[in-house]
Write a protein that binds this ligand. Sequence first.
Ligand code: FE2
Length: 372
Amino acid sequence: MLSMRFVPIQLCTEGMRLGKPILDEEGHVLLAKDVVLTEGLIGRLAGRGIPYLYIVDKATEDVDVPEMIRPETRLAATRTIRSHFSRMMGVSAQGKPAFATFIAKDFRDLLDSIIDDLGNHPSAMIMMNNLQVKDHYLFQHSLNVCVYSTMLGIAHGYGREELTQLGMGALLHDVGKTRIPLSLLSKPDKLTVEEYELMKKHAEYGFQLLRNEPNLSLLSAHCALQHHERLDGSGYPRGLKGTDIHDYARWIGIVDTYDALTTNRAYRAPVLPHLAVELLYAGAGTLFEPSKLETFRDHIAIYPLGLTVELSTGEVGVVVDLNRNLPHRPIVRILYDPEGRETTPYYETDLSKQLAVTIVSVTGRRDRLGVG
Ligand SMILES: [Fe+2]
């Protein structure tokens, strides 16, 4: 357990103390834990694109942020995903066929650690705190979808072998994107119809890459093929319906959509977590299975402990407790008043009781930033 909060880089100020080391993409320590921030450091971290920092301070020293995934596991995950995906991207960029052979062994070891880590917190609501390191979107997304899916698999009651199949399928669901041109993957605008058609091929490509992989269940390969299929047949590539879509792919379809919606992309701002859940529910029974959505809603902490939020009142605070029955209405400790002044003493707003007050931002104060 850690006593800290994560603070958008724009809200970090001189004198704040780091609650966790900051690592670069290779896992090297850029700044050690307990380093006191200076304006210069904050500027450099912002320049590296790091969106949040873990901060320890008096205001939140009693807030325990559970670490679902151990730092060692996260580092191993980042390294394994980066090295294999980059290699495949490099090969495909030269126009040669990409070989996925024997990648599954490394990913399987990784998944064992993820399942073990998650198994140690069976009742905790998962929250992805992978905020300290900025990485390639595909790499981060693959890990997020893997961790969320595995957690939902645990909640659903899958055994170890099923969890491994689901988790491997989730980790590799978008591996076909390594065969999509980088210019398309990172295009800042909306895709044209033709570009979208090409992008959709990643499902087939992924299946082709994985189907003959000796250390991988064919069911995991089908996660790559089917994760964009939807209950009513409106998905791709085959327009499969209902139970023709494998259960694993149906879990991954939900998690994939949620993670994509709530992530900041070049072409659009992230959707607030509870709005993303509402969007998923808008597809209940047509796109997504209602029972799976319920499991998702009950096990994903959409506003995790320690998260900085801005309220519709203009106050800025940190999530210090969750209302299990109303996970989108947490208890917020107010640290700044609407004018941006520190509140002393701090006070708390229980959003399950203050129904007129809403969370309007999780990325810092828009008025102060002059954006949004
Ligand atoms: Fe995909």
